[in-house]
Design a protein around this ligand. Structure first.
Ligand code: PAF
Length: 284
């Protein structure tokens, strides 16, 4: 496993791999790796000749400087963990390698980025879309791997991949959960023990909604209400949003029918904001 810091070196290496007809799998991350990331790496390892993982805490996707500052970082620990997953290259650039002097070009994906996380974190998806574009341009992967937990991010990246003509297939892996049901996230490390226990309520609430659909509930409004009231039963939880939307367009839906619907949740436990979701349709 080699750690690469320079964008030019990463680009020339992947150019060589393409000439050798090797398939390149890319797992973009911001580090603070957990089982959710490792499941993406395992999938990449199975599908591709060469696996590249990026570790880069992207400043432009944080709309609060405090959130950026306190985001967990430990390159040495992350690199050590990745050796166990037969990763070929780690790409760990400095901020100046990605955002050079006088950097002025941003990628803005319309329509999909104004609601949900976009509404709560203005500018977040502009930062994500910009860094993913730079990383895809540098690496030009055959496959790129993302987690379903960040469902809106997946929708945004699929859109930009298609719109900007990247020859990269987006592979989406299921959310990995702790035993309590809490979705794995780098932010979980910021929760106190009590908050971590309390945060399991999100998955319980999503499961209650799923059960309601199984029992015949078709109203998106009532499903959102089921999720909201279950989460509110936990005194440490503060809901940011509960939305029921089309999983591709992210447009609000009124009724659960054949199309895949996303029940998306964001909630705070203490100072830590967590997101999770469940995809359903009337057949579940
Ligand atoms: O999901 C993440 O960790 C980040 O948003 C990503 C895709 C690595 C871009 O910085």
């Amino acid at each position: 496993m080699e750690i690469i810091n320079r964008r030019a070196r990463m680009a020339s290496l992947t150019r060589k791999l393409r000439r050798e007809n090797k398939t390149v799998g890319f797992v973009p991350t911001m580090g603070a790796l957990h089982e959710g990331h490792f499941s993406l790496v395992r999938e990449a390892r199975q599908m591709c000749d060469v696996v590249i993982v990026s570790l880069f805490v992207n400043p432009t996707q944080f709309n609060q400087s405090d959130d950026f500052k306190k985001y967990p970082r430990d390159l040495t620990a992350d690199a050590a963990l990745l050796t166990e997953y037969q990763v070929d290259y780690i790409f760990a650039p400095d901020t100046t390698e990605i955002y050079g002097e006088n950097f002025s070009t941003y990628v803005y994906v319309e329509n999909l980025t104004e609601s949900l996380e976009g509404a709560s974190r203005p500018g977040h998806f502009r930062g994500v879309a910009t860094v993913v574009t730079i990383l895809f341009n540098t690496i030009r992967p055959d496959f790129a791997f993302f987690g379903q937990k960040d469902a809106q991010q997946v929708a945004v990246i699929k859109r930009l991949t298609q719109d900007l003509g990247f020859d990269t297939e987006i592979v989406v892996a299921s959310t990995v959960r702790e035993e309590s049901g809490l979705a794995m996230s780098s932010r979980n490390s910021l929760l106190s023990e009590e908050e971590r226990r309390a945060a399991a309520i999100i998955y319980k609430a999503l499961r209650e909604a799923k059960l309601a659909v199984k029992e015949g509930e078709r109203s998106a409004g009532r499903l959102a209400e089921i999720v909201r009231s279950k989460i509110m039963s936990e005194p440490l939880a503060q809901i940011d949003y509960v939305s029921v939307v089309n999983s591709e367009t992210l447009a609000p839906v009124g009724k659960i029918e054949e199309n895949a619907v996303l029940i998306a949740v964001a909630a705070r436990f203490g100072n830590t904001r967590l997101i999770d979701n469940m995809v359903i349709n009337k057949r579940l």
